[in-house]
Design a protein around this ligand. Structure first.
Ligand code: FAD
Length: 230
């Protein structure tokens, strides 16, 4: 593991130093396995945050009562080794050859694989139009905030802050619902590719909402991070 970068108070990015990495597609994930001194093992999946061609990185949100994420976000230091397997997954992936427009919808750390897609788009010079709808508890919890503020031409970022909003906030401040999707998503007639990622309940609500808007189910790809809430 080469480097650790703080993203928010609860989230950090871990840049891995993987010899002989064969490359990955934007949207894929890794299995991370930790082994305690007594041999006890715990394995969790983490999306790859970096674009194909960049050093492999993951971005982990700390869950207070979690087994693996507190270790990855608080104890792991540059130079420590961790065991990974991957890349994994061939369904929740996007490359410029797939075209667009793209609708990316994230709840919390669900933005991680979508960020890989955004970086991939930029690095390949793709001009596919993108709308990213990102639901976060507060502005301080927005991961990759600076990078999203400076998003490339053709990328529209819409935040909704579900728990608290800074003074003067004029953006959305509620959970993603059908009305909000109707405001932000491409019209069904645009035949967009939708990628939805986050906690299970979030993903199910958004995917259902998109189908209600007329998106064909095959155009709505989902990745569930587990648990509920956002
Ligand atoms: C394909 C895939 C990709 C993933 N990518 C990422 C990623 O990029 N970044 C990231 O931070 N996580 C990601 N996750 C979630 C990750 O795998 C772990 O589930 C998460 O880090 C919690 O692990 P833990 O050992 O700390 O908690 P655990 O000990 O497993 O769980 C502790 C408590 O938290 C609850 N919980 C478990 N998972 C979540 C969750 N995702 N949100 C809220 N509560 C939860 C459990 O129900 C339990 O009550 C991904 C999951 C999948 C399936």
């Amino acid at each position: 593991m080469a480097e650790v970068v703080g993203e928010t108070p609860r989230v950090r990015t871990i840049v891995l130093d993987v010899p002989d990495w064969d490359g990955h597609s934007a949207g894929q994930h890794l299995d991370v396995r930790l082994t305690a001194e007594d041999g006890y093992q715990a394995e969790r999946e983490y999306s790859i945050a970096s674009a194909p061609g960049e050093p492999v990185s993951i971005t982990v949100e700390r869950l207070e009562d979690g087994e693996v994420s507190p270790y990855l976000t608080e104890e792991l230091r540059a130079g420590d080794g961790i065991e990974i397997r991957g890349p994994i997954g061939g369904y929740f992936v996007w490359g410029p050859e797939a075209g667009g427009p793209l609708l990316l919808v994230a709840g919390g750390s669900g933005v991680v694989p979508l960020r890989s897609m955004l970086r991939h788009r930029q690095q390949t010079g793709s001009d596919v139009p993108v709308r990213l709808l990102y639901s976060s508890r507060t502005l301080d919890d927005v991961i990759y905030r600076e990078e999203l503020d400076g998003a490339a031409d053709g990328v529209e970022v819409t935040l909704t802050l579900t728990r608290a909003q800074p003074p003067g906030w004029t953006g959305y401040s509620r959970r993603v619902d059908a009305e909000l999707l109707a405001d932000v998503a491409w019209a069904a007639a645009e035949d967009a590719h939708a990628f939805v990622c986050g906690p299970t309940s979030f993903v199910e609500a958004v995917a259902g909402g998109l189908v209600e808007l007329g998106y064909p189910a095959r155009r709505v790809k989902t990745e569930r991070f587990g648990a509920t809430g956002s």
